[in-house]
Design a protein around this ligand. Structure first.
Ligand code: TRP
Length: 341
């Protein structure tokens, strides 16, 4: 029995994901990532953390740092991430990551870092603050991932280059020290299950820098206003016309939050070529979004106000994360030739 148990445990994959504390979670984060995290925490060894060191590269305001961290932590918990199942922690509570970052930086070539798309973009946007932390952002991210020797990292397309660099550092480490120590973490793609939530402005996906978001924390009135303001037109120009992107987007959100009957109803209206029903559809859409977000919003508020609980979660998460990180670091030091007294 015991050996069977160990085998099951061994075959469990390690999943790790981080988020920078630079804004609130929105509907796109919820359906695009969070729902999948909830499934993953049932079946894998999961690490979910808040990358507050990373946020210093662009958001260094001390008055906001802890507020932002607490917001995301409360939102994670309110969505159902369970500290009993996953290790949920704050990056800066785990100093082992900083040491691994230093060690990995010896394997990171300047030429390669200079070619990183995210670095070039940030440097262009903010030419007065091209700091070394921004430059070595991918090295810190690699340390985040390798400190727990993760198998899978669920990330969006924009992070794939960072993940490729992580694999390079892992390979280089293994090659330089002649040992297959670090795994080569892969981007976890939810494939078929991936739900993309578009923005309300007819542009691409919902994103915090796009300003087209519905946040989980938004009050019903705000949601109604945002949905009401979503881009539409005067209606279909005839029966069975293809939907323009901005209309298709509203249907995409409707498909996620409403019942199939509701979607079929408005699809039918579109196909008949009738006009003047967008108002009714938006009302329904807002109502169904509010149905999804209301329990989450209420939990966010109650968790956020419970500082004793939050402190306990932070402390326990840090302890669990440090235990795992400490093991890795000890082995890495040994492999590299450090000898402690
Ligand atoms: N760079 C990621 C982002 O901006 C956040 C992040 C930091 C991360 N460390 C990570 C994501 C480790 C996954 C794994 O979205």
């Amino acid at each position: 029995m015991l050996s069977l148990h160990i085998k099951i445990f061994d075959s469990m994959k390690t999943v790790l994901s981080g988020i920078r504390p630079t804004g609130n979670l929105h509907l796109g984060n919820y359906y695009g990532a969070m729902i999948n995290f909830l499934k993953m925490q049932e079946e894998n060894k999961c690490f979910f953390f808040i990358a507050d060191w990373h946020s210093l590269t662009t958001h260094p305001d001390p008055a906001l740092l802890h507020v932002n961290v607490t917001n995301i932590l409360s939102e994670y918990l309110a969505c159902g991430l369970d500290p009993g199942k996953a290790t949920i922690y704050i990056q800066s509570d785990v100093p082992e990551i900083a040491e691994l970052y230093l060690l990995l930086s010896m394997l990171a070539y300047v030429g390669e870092l200079e070619k990183t798309v995210s670095f070039k973009e940030k440097a262009r946007q903010n030419p007065d603050n091209v700091n070394a932390g921004l430059f070595t952002y991918p090295v810190l991210m690699a340390a985040d991932i390798l400190i727990h020797n993760a198998d899978y990292v669920p990330v969006g397309k924009d992070q794939e280059q960072h993940l490729e660099m992580t694999r390079n550092y892992a390979k280089r480490f293994n090659h330089r020290y002649g040992i297959e120590y670090f795994k080569q973490p892969e981007a976890y793609n939810f494939g078929q299950e991936l739900i993309k939530i578009p923005g309300l402005d007819g542009s691409g996906k919902m994103g915090k820098s796009e300003g087209n978001c519905i946040y989980l924390i938004d009050e019903p009135k705000t949601i109604e206003k945002k949905v009401k303001g979503a881009l539409t037109d005067s209606g279909p120009e005839g029966p069975n016309m293809p939907k323009p992107d901005y209309i298709e987007n509203l249907f995409s959100i409707l498909k996620v939050v409403s019942t199939p009957e509701v979607v079929a109803h408005y699809d039918h209206l579109w196909n008949t070529g009738e006009t003047k029903w967008y108002g009714s559809m938006k009302k329904q859409l807002a109502e169904d979004i509010i149905k999804v977000t209301t329990p989450i919003r209420e939990r966010i508020h109650s968790i956020k106000s419970d500082t004793v609980y939050l402190r306990k979660i932070q402390k326990e998460g840090a302890e669990k994360a440090r235990e795992s990180a400490g093991k890795t670091l000890l082995e890495v030091r040994k492999i590299m030739g450090f000898k402690s007294f």
